[in-house]
Design a protein around this ligand. Structure first.
Ligand code: PMP
Length: 373
């Protein structure tokens, strides 16, 4: 079976599983305990993993906060920044094409007195910087939060320019980078105005249930304030209480190490595979397909394809024995895709769309064989 739903989740890399194993059994200590090796070694492992995640996005190790995944990171950062910095303004700016973990958090913040502007997106799901500036001009804004790479279309938002604009108008900037990590070069050293970022290990061959929130430092070298979601034992510098999930953290660290060291090679392979898949689809179904995604300025390896006249659910089920694909995002699979609606797809076009998301661990031959089937 060929798995082409890597944007929903990825298999845990064998090296990652191997790295995690001792931390379920031998090194089972609580890293907040002291004195004995099970605890001390667990703490060392957590810190090593923190270093590897920091390297992957080019921040300092103490700017990495482990969470249970990107949903938690988005909730923690959005709610926590809004609560801690509401004196900056009560406006938040985002886009209509965000992931539900951002959109639903923003809807909650609206009930808490924040005004949220949802910027519209173009044909490929990207915001327009002029719209962002117009929104920033309206009134003091506490936060701009923008998806770095779209999970259904792959399109990349202009994160550098948007974060510079936000800074110009005195607003913080957060990006949900869940889909781009391991597939795009994420270098926060070059993006000084991206103060906050969300990531999730299971999108880059790490385990499920672990992620990170990046909280950077201000000009004085002090960590930016974010009100915690979870109160308790003050782990993670007080940002996120709760006993560390050591095996999962170690797994995320190993996955980050692999993603970092193979980034160039993985990008090349994904570009090659995407090209092959588009060509094969065009050759076999050219007269009945339409690509929703842009061809450039996107995450390599994500294709969103309409099969005119076919129902996507039926097609996914029919393909399931040989090929795992999805109708769109796994996180909103029970509802018609809001992203495709926002880029102007009709209900009919939306119901005939399939998302293919590739893995750099696949080969062109894999694609040839399964497309033949
Ligand atoms: N943001 C984006 C863009 C995503 O694709 C996902 C996962 N589908 C999430 C957030 C949520 O991540 P997690 O599964 O780690 O909660």
């Amino acid at each position: 079976m060929l798995y082409l739903d890597n944007s929903a989740t990825t298999p845990t890399h064998q090296e990652v599983v191997d790295a995690m194993l001792p931390y379920w059994t031998d090194v089972f200590g609580n890293p907040s305990s002291k004195y004995y090796s099970q605890a001390v070694d667990a703490k060392i492992a957590v810190n090593q993993a923190r270093q590897s995640v920091a390297e992957l996005v080019n921040v300092k190790a103490d700017e990495v906060i482990f969470t249970s995944g990107a949903t938690e990171s988005n909730n923690f950062l959005l709610k926590g920044i809004a609560a801690a910095h509401s004196s900056r303004g009560n406006q938040i700016i985002s886009s209509v094409a965000e992931h539900p973990s951002v959109l639903e958090t923003l809807r909650y913040l609206e009930t808490q007195g924040f005004d949220v502007i949802y910027l519209s997106v173009d044909l490929y799901g990207r915001i327009d910087l002029k719209d962002l500036e117009r929104a920033l001009l309206k009134k003091p804004t506490v936060l701009v939060t923008l998806l770095w790479g779209n999970n259904e279309l792959g399109s990349l938002n202009p994160i550098k320019e948007a974060s510079e604009l936000a800074n110009q108008y005195g607003s913080f900037f957060h990006t949900d980078a869940t889909q781009v990590i391991g597939k795009v070069n994420v270098d926060l050293e070059k993006l000084p105005y991206v103060q906050f970022l969300s990531a999730s290990a299971h999108k880059f061959y790490g385990p499920k249930g672990i992620g990170a929130a990046i909280v950077r430092k201000d000009d004085m070298g002090l960590s930016l304030k974010v009100t915690p979601l979870l109160h308790g034992g003050a782990q993670e510098n007080g940002y996120r209480s709760g006993t560390h999930a050591v095996p999962l953290i170690v797994g995320m660290g190993k996955a980050a190490e692999i993603a970092y060291s193979r980034l160039g090679e993985h990008i090349k392979q994904l570009v090659k595979l995407e090209d092959r898949l588009s060509k094969l689809l065009m050759k076999q179904f050219g007269d009945v397909i339409h690509f929703n995604n842009d061809k450039q300025n996107k995450i390599p390896g994500i294709l969103s394809v309409q099969f005119k006249g076919l129902n996507n659910e039926v097609l996914c089920k029919e393909l399931a024995p040989v090929m795992a694909v999805s109708t769109g995002s796994a996180c909103s699979s029970s509802k018609p895709s809001h992203v495709l609606q926002e880029i102007g797809c009709s209900m009919e076009q939306l119901r005939s769309t399939i998302r293919f998301s590739l893995s750099p661990y696949q080969s062109e031959t894999d694609l040839d064989i399964f497309l033949d089937l």
